[in-house]
Ligand binder design. Sequence first.
Ligand code: ADP
Length: 216
Amino acid sequence: MNIIIFGPPGAGKGTQSDKIANKYKLFKISTGDLLRNEIKNSTLLGKKIEEIVNSGILVSDNVINDLIEKVVSNNKYKNQIIFDGYPRNIQQAKNLNALLKKHEQKIDLVINLKVSLDLITKRIIGRLVCSKCGNIFNEFFNPPTQKLTCCKDGALKRRSDDNVETVKKRYETYENSTKPLLEYYSKLGLLKNIGGENKIEEIGAKIAGFINLIQG
Ligand code: ADP
């Protein structure tokens, strides 16, 4: 089973895909995380893309396609992937299709999380990420507590692109480049819409319902 989790920035894709990955023993592949890793490790690629990511526009398709090919061609991940924040435009979706086909796989389900712009902004501005384990919190909606031992030693940090100006640009990029994918996956009969404004657990339960349906 390969799944795509889709939605505007701040829709809760990362939070939900972590949960699904745990529950169904899938590998979460977030192109955003892969890119941030390159930036953090100051690789040649990281140095090239830092400015792009911080300005809220898309990194070039070639870069993304290379990163994804490494994943899809790796047998370890075969048919156990949840793509978070990828594909981001029609070109990437077509490339993913071709790659999956080449490696005898396909997409089984596309989950679309629907959230209003107002809420998105609040979620992004309040987002805190554990620098050690990557766990995602929100200072307004899902504040960290002492009980969360996984973050005992990890500092909670804000992403450098989680600020009001960049959020606007990221949303614009989503509207122009990414949203058209909804029609693309809807035509393929793979798209399921979920209201992303409900509680984390409620959304998780709905996603699980769709996954259980395709698992039969
Ligand atoms: P969000 O979806 O919440 O904005 P991500 O972590 O998915 O956050 O992405 C952060 C940034 O990384 C994007 O604004 C973009 O610059 C870059 N990025 C992530 N995924 C892709 C992709 N598939 N194609 C191009 N750029 C990407």
